[in-house]
Ligand binder design. Structure first.
Ligand code: GLN
Length: 749
C-alpha cells in the first residue's frame, strides 16, 4: 500500500523556523535569510519522510505562523486595517499574526481560537463586506515546485473552502454563503495552476466536517463542492478530515465526486461503523488515518492490521489521523530519556516508521517487527503504584461530596475567618520584573544555588505581602515568584510524569510548548506549595490563599496515557492535589484555590458527548480535590477562558466557595443571574491579557452592576487572571482602584 501523512511539524528540528521568524520580526535577519531557513527546513522534512520510506509527501503543510492564516492570505482575506499599512505581503502577514506598531498606535493581531480540541491555536480569518476573494499568493505553488524539483512525489495540501468559511468571522453585513461564488472561483484558479504545474492530486483539508455539522452546514458544504468539483478535470481531489468522525456528512461524502476520502480512525469513534454500514465506493481511495497524529505512543501494529483487514474497502492509502503538527519532531533529540522508556514513544519522525512498518507487515515483509511491537503491548510497561490503585478503588460517593453543604460552610467560614462583604483578592501571580525572570533563568542554569534562589524569592515574597497589605486586599497570595510555569511547577513534583529535553510543539504562532507525558500512576510524594504559602502566611494576619494547578489543566496540557482512560489519570491527580490541600490546611492555610484555565479544552467536539465523555468525570475530579477539606476552609476555583454560559450548571455543581471567571463575554452576567447561580463569583474586574489601565469609574460601575444582578453575598472582587505578564506599576494602580471600588460599593450596601 502507499503511505503518506497529512502534514509534518514545521518549527524545525531544533526550532530553527521559530527562531528565524522571531529574528526576522526583530529585524535581525533579512527576508532572504528567513526564506532560506524555511526552505532548508522543508527539505529536511521531506528528506526525513522519504528516508523513513513514506511514499507520498504533503507539501504546503509548512507555515511560518498558521496554516489557516496562510490560506486566508492566499485568498486575499486581509482586513482593511492591515491592508492600509501598505507593507510587503510578508510583513502584512506577520502584522496579522503578531500585531504591529503603527504611526497611530498598536494594531493588535487577528483574534485566535482553539484548533479543535488540540493545544494548537489558529488565527481567525475575517470576512469584511469588501473582501475581494481571489487567489493572490504563490506559496503552495512555490513549495510544490520546490519538492518536485528535488524529485519528491508530492501532493499539495491546503485548507478547504468549507473549513475556511466556517472558521472565518464575518465582520460586516454579509452572510457566509455570500462568499461562496468567489471562493469557488479562487479554488478553481488554484486547481488550474496546480494542473499546469503537473500536480496529479490535491488534498483539501476539511476538518470542520467533524464538528457535528447541521443541515445548513451540510448544504453549504454541498453547495461549495457541487460547484467546485466539476472544475477539477483530471486533477484528483482528496477530501481530508481529522480530529473525529464525519458521521453526519459521510453519506454525502461518498456520493460526491471526490477521488479520495481521508478519515480519522483514532479519534473518529464512528469512522469504522460508517464504512461498515454504508460501504465505501470502489472508485475512491480511502486515506486511512490509522497512526495517531496527536499522542506520543507507538502504534499497536496488530490491532491496526486487524482493523485494516476488517474494512470492506478496495483501495487504501495508509496515513496519519491528523497532521503530525501536534507532536515533537523527533525522539532523536532526546538524550536523557531512560532506555526502557524509549521503545514506547513515537514522535513525528517515529510515527513515519510506524506507518512504514504496518505497510511492510501487511505484505508480509519484516515479520519480526510485529513481535517486537507486540511485546510493548502484551505486558504492563511500568510498575503499578499499588497505593494509588487501592486508594482509587476505595473511593465512594461520599468522596465526591463535601460536607456540610455550602450555605452552612459559609456560615462556619465567616465565623472562623470573617471577611467583609465584596471580599477582594488576586489570582496568584504578581508582575515579574526583568530581575525576576533573570533570577529564574540563572537558577535553572545552575548559576544560582537553591539557597540563593530561595532567599531572593523570600525577599520578593515579603515585598509582595507588604504591597498587598498596603493595597488593602482581603485575601492575599504569594505572588508565585518561584513558579516558572503553572504546569511544570506541579508536574515536576508529582510522580508519574515523564519530561523531555527538546520535545517542543507549536502551540500558536511561534509560541511552543513542551508538554509532559503521563507515563504512569500519578501520586503526591511531598509538599509542593506549603513552604512558600506558609512563609507568606507568617507575614500577615490576613488569610493567604494556597494556589494549586487543577487536575484537568494538568491533564489537558499533557500527553495522556493510552493504556488507561483519561479519567483515571484525572482522578489520580485529584487525589494528589487533595494531599497537597490537606498539607496546606494542616499548616494553617484556610483558603485554597485551584486554577483550571484548561478545564474547557477537554470538551469533546460533539456537544452530545460533553457530559458522558468529559464533564461528568472532570467535575468529579474537582470535587474530589475539595471533598475532605475542613468546613472552615474556603475552596476557590479559578478559570480564565471566555465561554462559560453553556456549562453554567456544571460550574455551579462544582460546589466551590468562590469561583473566579474572566468576564469578557458580555452575556455572562445575564446568564449567571438568569440561572440563579449559587456559587459566589469574582468576575474579572480588569483584563490582564490585553492590559489597559481601567478607569476608576468603570470599576465602580461594573461592581455595582454585579452586586445588583447577583446579590452582594454572591460577589467577589478580583482581576480576571494572574498579574505576571503585567507592568508592575499598571498592575498596582489597577489593584488600588479595584480595592477602592470595592470599599465604595460596600459602603452603599
Ligand atoms: N495562579 C495563576 C496565576 O496567577 C493562574 C494562571 C492561569 O490560570 N492562567 O498566574
Amino acid at each position: 500500500m502507499t503511505t503518506t501523512i497529512i502534514g509534518y511539524p514545521r518549527i524545525g528540528r531544533h526550532l530553527e523556523v521559530k527562531h528565524a521568524v522571531e529574528s526576522y520580526c526583530q529585524q535581525t535577519i533579512t527576508a532572504a535569510e528567513l526564506s532560506h531557513v524555511a526552505a532548508q527546513t522543508r527539505q529536511q522534512n521531506w528528506q526525513t519522510q522519504a528516508q523513513a520510506g513514506i511514499d507520498w509527501l504533503p507539501v504546503n503543510d509548512f507555515s511560518f505562523e498558521d496554516q489557516l492564516l496562510d490560506t486566508a492570505v492566499l485568498f486575499n482575506l486581509i482586513p482593511q486595517r492591515f491592508r492600509q499599512l501598505h507593507r510587503s505581503p510578508l510583513d502584512t502577514y506577520f502584522a496579522m499574526a503578531r500585531g504591529t506598531q503603527t504611526a497611530t498606535g498598536v494594531l493588535p493581531p487577528l483574534k485566535m481560537a482553539t484548533w479543535f480540541n488540540t493545544p494548537y491555536g489558529y488565527f481567525i480569518p475575517e470576512l469584511e463586506d469588501h473582501t475581494d476573494i481571489q487567489l493572490v499568493g504563490t506559496k503552495p505553488f512555490d513549495e510544490f515546485k520546490e519538492a518536485t524539483q528535488l524529485g519528491y512525489h508530492a501532493r499539495p495540501t491546503i485548507i478547504g473552502p468549507y473549513t475556511l468559511l466556517k472558521f472565518s468571522l464575518v465582520t460586516g453585513t454579509k452572510q457566509k454563503s455570500d462568499y461562496v461564488v468567489n471562493l469557488v472561483k479562487a479554488y478553481t484558479q488554484l486547481f488550474r495552476w496546480f494542473k499546469q504545474l503537473g500536480a496529479k492530486w490535491i488534498q483539501l483539508d476539511e476538518p470542520a466536517l467533524v464538528l457535528a455539522p447541521t443541515k445548513n452546514d451540510l448544504s453549504l458544504f454541498n453547495n461549495i463542492y457541487t460547484k467546485l468539483l466539476p472544475q477539477k478535470d483530471h486533477l484528483k481531489v482528496l477530501l481530508q478530515t481529522a480530529y473525529g468522525d464525519v458521521r453526519e456528512a459521510y453519506s454525502q461524502l461518498i456520493q460526491l465526486n471526490f477521488d479520495g476520502l481521508g478519515l480519522d480512525f483514532i479519534d473518529g469513534h464512528q469512522t469504522e461503523s460508517c464504512i461498515q454500514n454504508q460501504g465505501f465506493p470502489d472508485d475512491k481511495i480511502l486515506f486511512a488515518g490509522i497512526v495517531n497524529g496527536r499522542n506520543v505512543w507507538r502504534t499497536n501494529y496488530q490491532t491496526t492490521i486487524d482493523l485494516l483487514h476488517r474494512l470492506p474497502v478496495k483501495q487504501i492509502v495508509l496515513s496519519s489521523s491528523c497532521s503530525l503538527l501536534h507532536l515533537p519532531v523527533s525522539l532523536k533529540n532526546e538524550t536523557a530519556l531512560p532506555e526502557h522508556v524509549r521503545p514506547y514513544l513515537a514522535f513525528a519522525e517515529e510515527k513515519l516508521t510506524d506507518l512504514v512498518a504496518i505497510d511492510d507487515l501487511l505484505v508480509g515483509r519484516n515479520p519480526d517487527l510485529l513481535a517486537a511491537n507486540q511485546r510493548l503491548f502484551n505486558r504492563s510497561r511500568r510498575a503499578e503504584n499499588m497505593r494509588v490503585t487501592a486508594r482509587l478503588h476505595a473511593l465512594t460517593d461520599a468522596d465526591y461530596h463535601r460536607q456540610p453543604e455550602r450555605s452552612e460552610r459559609q456560615r462556619l467560614q465567616q465565623q472562623a475567618f470573617p471577611l467583609p462583604t465584596l471580599p477582594t483578592t488576586t489570582i496568584g501571580s504578581f508582575p515579574q520584573t526583568a530581575a525576576d525572570q533573570q533570577r529564574k533563568l540563572a537558577f535553572k542554569h545552575g548559576k544560582l544555588t537553591k539557597a540563593q534562589f530561595q532567599s531572593a524569592i523570600h525577599k520578593r515574597l515579603q515585598e509582595c505581602l507588604t504591597e498587598q497589605t498596603r493595597l488593602g486586599l482581603d485575601v492575599l497570595v504569594t505572588g508565585e515568584y518561584d513558579r516558572d510555569n503553572m504546569i511544570s511547577y506541579f508536574d515536576h513534583q508529582l510522580s508519574g510524569f515523564l519530561f523531555t529535553e527538546r520535545a517542543w510543539i507549536q502551540t500558536f504562532g511561534t509560541y511552543c510548548a513542551q508538554p509532559p507525558i503521563i507515563w504512569g500512576d500519578i501520586a503526591w510524594t511531598h509538599p509542593i506549595t506549603v513552604a512558600e504559602t506558609v512563609a507568606a502566611q507568617q507575614l500577615t494576619d490576613r488569610p493567604v490563599k494556597g494556589v494549586l494547578t487543577g487536575p484537568l489543566t494538568l491533564i489537558n496540557w499533557a500527553y495522556p496515557r493510552e493504556d488507561v482512560p483519561l479519567r483515571v489519570s484525572a482522578t489520580q491527580i485529584a487525589l494528589a492535589l487533595q494531599d497537597e490541600a490537606h498539607a496546606l490546611e494542616t499548616n494553617g492555610i484556610h483558603v485554597i484555590q485551584i486554577d483550571e484555565p484548561a478545564f474547557r479544552s477537554g470538551l469533546p467536539l460533539r456537544e452530545n458527548d460533553w457530559h458522558t465523555d468529559y464533564l461528568d468525570w472532570a467535575s468529579a475530579a474537582i470535587r474530589l480535590v475539595a471533598s475532605h477539606l475542613q468546613p472552615t476552609t474556603r475552596f476557590h476555583i479559578h478559570m480564565c477562558y471566555d465561554q462559560y454560559t453553556d456549562i453554567l450548571d456544571v460550574l455551579d455543581q462544582l460546589d466551590a466557595d468562590a469561583l473566579s471567571l474572566s468576564a469578557k463575554d458580555p452575556a455572562l452576567l445575564d446568564a449567571l443571574s438568569n440561572a440563579h447561580f449559587k456559587t459566589p463569583v469574582g468576575l474579572g474586574m480588569f483584563d490582564t491579557a490585553r492590559f489597559k489601565l481601567p478607569s476608576k469609574d468603570t470599576l465602580i460601575a461594573k461592581l455595582q452592576t454585579n452586586v445588583r444582578r447577583l446579590g452582594p453575598e454572591h460577589v467577589w472582587v478580583n482581576p480576571d487572571c494572574g498579574l505576571k505578564t503585567l507592568p508592575e506599576q499598571g498592575a498596582l494602580t489597577s489593584l488600588a482602584w479595584m480595592v477602592a471600588a470595592a470599599k465604595q460599593v460596600r459602603d452603599t450596601i
